[in-house]
Design a protein around this ligand. Structure first.
Ligand code: BES
Ligand code: MN
Ligand code: ZN
Length: 499
């Protein structure tokens, strides 16, 4: 069920849940009237709950006396100067987390008298975005859910926020992209494999995106020996898919920004087989590719005035009689040879051929790749930041800023020739793994060997952030959609034509 979000002038007549916002324990705005009508009950309840208005703190009153509502939620905003977009997204998320399966069908949120660090209409749109993102669920394979466990909330009205629709419309496009990514990431690998991944992207055409798909024979002709080496152990045939959005019109399009995604639809490790514990997580080893698809959806759905191409390399990494072996040497599309020391370091083998192809076809100035590339990045950064590697300080700063702005933070990691040396091979140009230490860095160095001089490149190792084993601010546990909002913001702030 998608939440029906609107910004009406008047509250709905039917009995429903109501939300008011307070900056502190002081009963300002609608709170004063509600308190009075209830004989001081609201004030007593807030006191009992030790409510002080902290950002996104929540007090719930059932069937409050003197108020025509099934329940009243009081949400804290904290002081106005600090009540920014993040705070309102958190508030929206907290409301949904509380009410989604509560039995309530409708909730209205009163923005009257709310003071924020941004205009009320904008704050309301961010609140709605937070609610929508937190409300997304993946229930399609659950057939025996108890009635009480099912979502009930169908509508969310934000009152007193005239003009919020205009701010919310592009946010809804980005939310669609984020949800699309989470759906791809959540699907099991028996359902989502390279061909079915491509089939699911077909509808991007209706948004104005041009699709190009390469099959195994075409990739073989191009000499993509590294990507095909990973794919050869699986009965699922590999695919490369490019999604081009030109929001600038023919004349001014120029070279695009290229986004590249690792799309390993399942990673067993191959002959260097992973241990069984937790291997099911490797269904989301296509998280980079899923994020690129979601970002392309977002850009096209909001008609971004930019020229962007998303490219995903789709393979399944399986052990098999035909699988590649440790020690095999493969030749990549750009002619470099790779000694495959560990078949579980497959992501970089996929990315190198995709990046070589991207540079040949699109001559981009900027490439940003996203990949669930290494377990080592989780050791370094946990689940709080994605790792950022780049050959360009300005590009790094742009991505870091975009991540901060939307709450999808990046942390820059080093690159350098001392690390690069660690992946020299004895018998080929490169080997696909270095020593255990600095594993995320040597993985990035591997990719960098395929970036042409003059191309600005950044690599986001998103292994720690595309999936969460516990609820996070804007998502229930499971797929997070991390990166869609970041990429959308990165394009909006740095590549979009204005006016
Ligand atoms: N897909 C994994 C990385 C990964 C691990 C993502 C855990 C998310 C959670 C990647 O293909 C991989 O297996 N990397 C190896 C590299 C090693 C063999 C050098 C790793 O991190 O162990
Ligand atoms: Mn692997
Ligand atoms: Zn992998």
């Amino acid at each position: 069920m998608t939440l029906d979000i609107s910004f009406p002038g008047k509250p709905a007549r039917a009995a429903h849940a109501r939300v008011i916002l307070l900056a502190s324990a002081k009963l300002a705005g609608p709170a004063a009237a509600i308190d009075k009508a209830g004989g001081g009950a609201l004030g007593r309840a807030l006191k009992a709950a030790r409510f002080e208005g902290e950002a996104a703190s929540l007090v719930e009153l059932m069937a409050p006396a003197g108020l025509d509502a099934t329940r009243l939620l009081v949400l804290g905003t904290g002081p106005a100067a600090k009540a920014d977009a993040h705070v309102f997204e958190k508030i929206g998320a907290a409301i949904i987390a509380r009410l989604q399966c509560s039995g309530e069908k409708r909730v209205s949120i009163d923005m009257d008298g709310v003071n924020a660090a941004l205009p009320t209409a904008r704050a309301a749109a961010h609140l709605a975005l937070g609610a929508r993102l937190r409300g997304w669920r993946f229930d399609k394979y659950r057939t025996t859910m108890k009635e009480k466990a099912k979502p009930t909330l169908a509508a969310l009205d934000v009152l007193g926020a005239e003009g919020a629709e205009a701010f919310f419309a592009p946010m809804a496009a980005v939310a669609e992209g984020n949800e699309r990514t989470r759906e791809l990431v959540s699907e099991p690998a028996n359902i989502l494999y390279p061909e079915s991944f491509v089939a699911r992207a077909k509808d991007l055409k209706s948004l104005g995106i041009e699709l190009t798909v390469l099959d195994e024979d075409e990739m073989a002709k191009l000499g993509m020996g590294a990507l095909l080496g990973v794919a050869q152990g699986s009965v699922r045939k590999p695919r490369l898919m490019a999604m081009r959005w030109n929001g600038l019109g023919k004349k001014s399009a120029g070279t695009p920004v290229v986004l590249v995604g690792k799309g390993v639809t399942f990673d067993t490790g191959g002959i260097s087989l992973k241990p069984p514990g937790g291997m099911e997580d490797m269904k989301w080893d296509m998280g980079g590719a899923g994020t690129v698809v979601g970002a392309m959806h977002a850009l096209a759905a909001r008609k971004a005035r930019a020229h962007v191409v998303g490219i995903v390399g789709l393979v399944e990494n399986m052990p098999d009689g035909n699988a590649q072996r440790p020690g095999d040497v493969v030749t990549t599309m750009d002619g470099q040879t790779v000694e495959v020391i560990n078949t579980d370091a497959e992501g970089r083998l996929v990315l190198c051929d995709v990046i070589a192809w991207a540079q040949k076809i699109y001559s981009p100035e900027v490439i940003v790749d996203l990949a669930t590339l290494t377990g080592a990045i989780i050791v370094s950064l946990g689940h709080e930041h994605a790792g950022l590697f780049s050959n360009d300080d300005k590009l790094s700063a742009q991505l870091t800023e975009a991540g901060k702005a939307v709450g999808e933070p990046l942390w820059r990691m080093p690159l350098g020739s001392a690390y690069d040396k660690l992946i020299d091979s004895q018998i080929a140009d490169i080997k696909n793994v270095g020593p255990r230490e600095g594993g995320s860095i040597t993985a990035a160095q591997f990719i960098q060997r395929f970036v042409k001089p003059g191309v600005k490149w950044a690599h986001l190792d998103v292994a720690g952030v595309v999936w969460s084993s516990k609820p996070v601010t804007l998502a229930d546990k499971g797929a997070t959609g991390f990166g869609v909002r970041l990429l959308d913001r990165f394009i909006a702030d740095n590549f979009e034509a204005r006016g």
